[in-house]
Design a protein around this ligand. Structure first.
Ligand SMILES: *Cc1c(COP(=O)(O)O)cnc(C)c1O
Length: 235
């Protein structure tokens, strides 16, 4: 397990890298949110990260997310970044800042229904499979328009952006292409003829590719390993 001390060092290092990248690319540091991905990480480490300026955390499993939220306070934001099963939607609505992994109309309808029953609007991102790897969740580029065309009965969701996972490769060009594609789609559909679709956010960039993601316009970086160290899935 990572030493708490290292979390401070890691966070400072990342903030400073984001800063440098922003200067080089003439971007505003404040328009980039660092989401610390805390899956498999214990709550003490979360609290340590909060001490050094992290306000937002990403989790990929509903159960673990709820465990963390139950120990948390309202100053900490949680985001669901992993695949969400329809039958678990009821366990997270109203508790997370965003659901970043919306990847089907069926899931959208369920999020909408539960949000409606609780009289609230849920902020969501649409996950796009930009790498076209079969193992990845997300709508394919050519499915996005049909999806957006199908939202006419949805009133309790706001789609505020797009999310993607860059392809896992050493080839920087291929990673960059994923991010370029996401940005292109955001611009194409940013006000897609709908009150509920206002795409502003680009959630892209992880430990190994966040600097490329900043260059390509990311507004939400989801970084785990570079903050909390290698994950131990056996815990
Ligand atoms: C685990 C995870 C991350 C963080 O990955 P690191 O490489 O550890 O930074 C980001 N996004 C998603 C969707 C994840 O599941």
């Amino acid at each position: 397990m990572i030493k708490l001390n290292d979390i401070e060092i890691n966070i400072n290092k990342i903030f400073s890298k984001i800063h440098d990248k922003c200067e080089k690319t003439h971007r505003d540091f404040d328009e980039i949110k660092l989401i610390a991905v805390s899956k498999t990480v214990d709550f003490n480490s979360v609290l340590e990260a909060v001490k050094y300026g992290i306000t937002d955390f990403g989790e990929n499993k509903v159960q673990e997310l709820n465990q963390k939220i139950s120990q948390s306070n309202e100053k900490i934001n949680f985001h669901l970044i992993g695949h969400l099963q329809t039958n678990k939607v009821k366990n997270i609505i109203g508790k997370v800042k965003t659901i970043q992994s919306v990847d089907s109309l069926r899931l959208t309808k369920e999020i909408n229904a539960i949000s409606k029953s609780l009289n609230l609007i849920s902020d969501c991102l649409i996950q796009v499979n930009t790498s076209l790897e079969e193992s990845k969740f997300g709508l394919k580029e050519n499915e996005l328009e049909i999806f957006l065309d199908s939202l006419f009965e949805i009133h309790n969701i706001r789609f505020i952006g797009l999310m993607t996972i860059g392809t896992l490769t050493e080839d920087e060009k291929k990673i960059r292409n994923c991010f370029k594609k996401l940005r292109f789609l955001k611009e194409k559909y940013s006000n897609y003829n709908s009150d509920i679709v206002k795409l502003k956010e680009l959630s892209m960039g992880m430990t190994n590719d966040y600097e490329i993601a900043i260059e390509e316009g990311s507004t939400m970086l989801r970084i785990g390993t570079a903050i909390f160290g290698e994950r131990n899935y056996l815990l």
